[in-house]
Design a protein around this ligand. Structure first.
Ligand code: ARG
Ligand code: ASP
Length: 682
């Protein structure tokens, strides 16, 4: 009975967590019990090469991993997408057809692309808060911390060696950590599958299982002769990493231990019930409804014309990506009862806090979120409506460029390449109508209200804007110069955007910023208090794009009554989906031929596991019990996307590409087996 009562009191943390690698010793016994055969030093060490030396932050929002002593790197296709696109033209459509360098000299440089290796990380809270004491108050804490952090970063950074130091707040700024990165900037494209493999399933399958996306691309890091970071130069040589991952071709099966080593972007696991209620019951549903309207309009025109489909494919993907994620998040917190569970927790917390330094804290936080809500919703509404409208934004940006005496030509040219007026115009009408009906009258700009009463309706207002604006006329916009300022400033598209933007700056942001500041401070105390309230619990810090380890096991899940998804997908499933008439499912003919030749039915493609990941973990190495590469993380299942707020071992699954499918595609599709020679495979 006692044991049962104890079990019920402790939250079940099965596989939840994004752990700091330098503190992985605290988890290594649990990892071992779940099957891991590595030591903490194998995973993270400052004294010898460890697995952390084979993981990089790829660009500014993905992860990548080293897989050869010659600087070869794997990441996702969707992480390399914009670079692959930049090398593509009508003659060489690498996005569509794929790209395979057949030797080092064919690898393509990518100006602006960097990869960051973590040299070391350490707790510098004492240094950052040096000179501050509680009696000085919170304002002082912030300014002391900022000044000390900037000074420390400056001291430790060595730009000439590509060393950049960055102080990051963890545990809602209760702790500060120094991260020292070595940043390489000559990173070349080596290979990418055709999009019909690398993006197979497109937005139809995005966030879904069963999944069959070959979501990988291959790059190589180059360095100067001494191995130091350098600008692109033909004289640079492949970077020799301290460590790279060996590849295991043994594969995975249900129940196998795996871990993910990467850079998760952002989570909010310890926030107040009111923040979760706002996200799950207000913000997500409102934004989903707005985006559903825009996606319907895009889809209608995209299905009527091939040209429009191409123009809007990237825009459609980005609108749709968060739209689908929010649906899983909002249903997920509802199903889990996160708000009620947090309220119950807050009640226990309050009872514990009574009479002490944290007395009244959760009540104060709740009230702050209540005050913030209308302002935050207005801010989100502005972002999702006016700020996302193409013509209005064009007017705004052209004005900004002219004001600074810059040439708007290139921007205008780019804009019209992918602009289809009927989509934008219908979206504008739908978004303004939603704004008019859903925002309280005292949360609408005066200009908008008066224009509406002048014109009589949203449709008439949009009609009026489009009949008078200059911004639909490509040539006229391209030839605008500084002398046309008056004309731009009286344009109805510009005026509408400006009215909303001014209203944001005067009526919304000042209030929002000041409440947010109070929330930040209260959240710091609340985090600290929660750690004192549950001293036995091992708290992992919320994600902030710093390096983390998540571990779990290969596992299927049951998304609905009477449905069970097993965790491994195969080439057979690609053939089941294959359909030349559906863009997302139209595979290359060569893949059909290979399959028809026989013997590849069981070729594994993707797998599911219980690792706790989020955006930014894309491209992360998925490793087996021996630290060998078995997959590349690229997504989660949508039913589990509330893991950013609360992890549920029954529904939260990360989706990985099976590394054996990557090897299959390199060989059978790319004929780039020359790359195998430098990889370490067993
Ligand atoms: N859902 C994944 C992530 O959040 C992949 C997104 C890219 N793929 C797409 N079809 N939009 O980033
Ligand atoms: N697809 C995400 C990424 O790009 C990963 C995730 O949200 O699970 O980082």
């Amino acid at each position: 009975m006692l044991l049962l009562a104890l079990c019920a009191a402790l939250p079940l943390l099965a596989d939840e967590g994004m752990w700091l690698p330098n503190l992985i010793a605290r988890r290594i016994d649990d990892m071992g019990a779940k099957g891991c055969r590595l030591s903490a030093e194998d995973i993270y060490s400052v004294n010898k090469a460890s697995l952390k030396d084979a993981v990089v932050l790829f660009g500014s929002g993905c992860t990548g991993e080293l897989v050869s002593p010659q600087g070869l790197l794997f990441t996702n296709h969707h992480c390399g997408y914009s670079y692959i696109q930049r090398h593509s033209s009508v003659e060489h459509d690498y996005l569509k057809d794929g790209f395979w360098a057949m030797s080092r000299d064919e690898e393509l440089p990518n100006p602006g692309l960097t990869v960051s290796f973590l040299e070391r990380m350490e707790d510098v809270t004492d240094v950052v808060l040096y000179g501050w004491e509680p009696s000085m108050g919170e304002e002082a804490r912030d300014s002391v911390a900022t000044a000390n952090a900037r000074r420390l970063e400056k001291e430790v950074s060595v730009p000439a060696k590509g060393l950049r130091a960055s102080v990051e707040a963890l545990y809602h700024a209760n702790k500060y950590y120094l991260f020292v990165y070595r940043i390489y900037r000559d990173v070349r494209l080596v290979g990418a599958p055709p999009s019909s493999i690398g993006k197979f399933g497109g937005d139809t399958d995005n966030w879904m299982w069963p999944r069959h996306t070959g979501d990988f691309s291959i790059f190589r890091i180059y360095a100067d002769a001494d191995g130091n970071p350098a600008d692109y130069s033909p004289d640079n040589v492949p970077y020799r990493p301290k460590k790279y991952f060996s590849i295991s071709r043994a594969g995975v099966k249900e129940g196998d231990f795996t871990f993910v080593y990467g850079c998760p972007g952002s989570t909010r696991e310890y926030v107040h019930s009111e923040e979760v209620r706002y996200i799950g019951e207000v913000s997500d549903p409102q934004k989903i409804a707005l985006r559903t309207k825009r996606l319907d309009i895009q889809r209608k025109y995209m299905s009527q014309s091939q040209a429009v489909r191409i123009q809007y494919s990237a825009k459609n993907a980005s609108v749709s990506n968060a739209w689908k994620k929010w649906q899983g998040e909002s249903r997920g917190v509802a199903r889990l009862g996160t708000v009620a569970a947090k309220q119950a927790y807050e009640k226990r917390f309050s009872a514990w806090a009574a009479g002490g330094p944290y007395d009244g804290l959760v009540e104060r936080l709740g009230a702050l979120y209540g005050r913030r809500e209308p302002y935050y919703l207005a801010y989100e509404y502005f972002n999702e409506t006016v700020r996302s409208m193409e013509l209005l934004s064009l007017a705004w940006h052209v004005h900004g460029l002219l004001e600074r005496g810059r040439d708007a030509g290139p921007m205008v040219k780019n804009f019209f390449k992918d602009y289809y007026e009927p989509i934008d115009r219908e979206s504008l009408a739908a978004m303004l109508e939603a704004f008019r009906t859903n925002m309280p009258l005292d949360f609408q700009p005066e200009y908008f209200k008066s224009r509406l009463s002048e014109c009589g309706s949203v449709d008439a207002l949009v009609q009026d804007i489009y009949s008078r604006t200059i911004f639909t006329d490509r040539d006229a916009v391209a030839s605008l110069g500084k002398g046309d300022m008056l004309r731009v400033e009286s344009d109805p598209a510009y005026l509408l955007y400006k009215a909303f933007s001014d209203w944001m700056n005067s009526d919304i942001m000042p209030v929002l910023d000041s409440i947010n500041k109070e929330i930040k401070t209260a959240n710091r105390l609340y985090m600290k208090a929660q750690m004192e309230f549950e001293p036995e619990r091992d708290f992992y810090p919320d994600a902030n794009l710093t390096l983390r380890v998540a571990y779990g096991k290969v596992a299927g899940y049951s998304p609905a009554d009477a449905v069970y998804y097993s965790p491994v997908s195969t080439l057979k499933g690609i053939m089941e989906k294959d359909n030349p008439d559906i863009f997302d499912y139209n595979i290359p003919q060569v893949l059909r031929d290979i399959y028809a030749a026989g013997g590849h039915e069981a070729q594994p493609v993707c797998f599911l596991a219980t690792n706790h990941t989020t955006g930014g973990n894309s491209g992360s190495p998925v490793l087996n019990a021996d630290g060998k590469l078995v997959g590349i993380n690229f997504d989660r299942v949508w039913e589990g996307t509330m893991s950013d707020l609360q992890f549920d071992p029954d529904y939260c699954r990360n989706i990985s590409l099976d590394v054996r499918y990557l090897l299959f595609v390199i060989k059978e599709i790319g004929h780039a087996e020359w790359l195998f020679a430098e990889m370490d495979m067993d």
